[in-house]
Design a protein around this ligand. Structure first.
Ligand code: GDP
Ligand code: MG
Length: 172
């Protein structure tokens, strides 16, 4: 990942990241694009688009990764944010039952009403490094939920880096 201005085999795919505030969206993107963990860095201040280029077989696939400004805390994400997205990464926090419940009660409708009907969706359980005693959502439950909807599924940790690249490569 990383780099810019590459000669892509195809036009870059637009990938948006959604989910409740604080679930670890920005941390996952920073881990993927910059290979580091931000921890408690300052929250995003505006919509931030980073680019990554992935080698998939003989193709070079570009991703334009759209992160929110943290406005999901205060207001619905705008329709332009969703428009013409090729992929949606829906993130919840494995240590937060509420953030997982919100995928079914809120984010699924946002995607249905604002994104293209054929968009590829990947559910990501973030903070997979959470110790078992603090975990509130099992992998089995979340994976079944994703499978029922034809979504991809991964658990990943921005902190350790586990499965972050795997997730974005699978989506690409
Ligand atoms: P966003 O609001 O969804 O963009 O969430 P952030 O990426 O800003 O993350 C919110 C907070 O969650 C961070 O400040 C970290 O404290 C914590 N966090 C993010 N990723 C991880 C992770 O992989 N593991 C753990 N344990 N904590 C994380
Ligand atoms: Mg953020």
């Amino acid at each position: 990942a990383g780099g810019s201005g590459a000669d892509f085999t195809y036009a870059p795919f637009k990938i948006i990241i959604v989910g409740d505030s604080g679930v670890g969206k920005t941390s996952l993107l920073v881990r993927f694009v910059e290979g580091r963990y931000t921890g408690t860095a300052a929250p995003t201040v505006s919509i931030d688009i980073s680019t990554a280029s992935l080698k998939l077989g003989t193709s070079t696939v570009g991703l334009a990764l759209w992160d929110t400004a943290g406005q999901e805390r205060f207001a619905p994400l705008s329709t332009p944010y969703f428009r013409q997205a090729d992929g949606v990464v829906v993130v919840y926090d494995v240590a937060s039952r509420a953030s997982f419940t919100r995928v079914a009660s809120y984010w699924i409708d946002e995607i249905f009403y604002k994104a293209e009907p054929d968009v590829s969706v990947m559910l990501v359980g973030a903070k997979a490094d959470t110790p078992p005693e603090s975990r509130e959502v099992s992998r089995e439950e979340a994976e079944a939920f994703a499978n029922e909807r034809g979504w991809l599924y991964f658990e990943a940790s921005a902190l350790s880096g586990a499965h972050v690249r795997d997730a974005f490569y699978l989506l690409a």
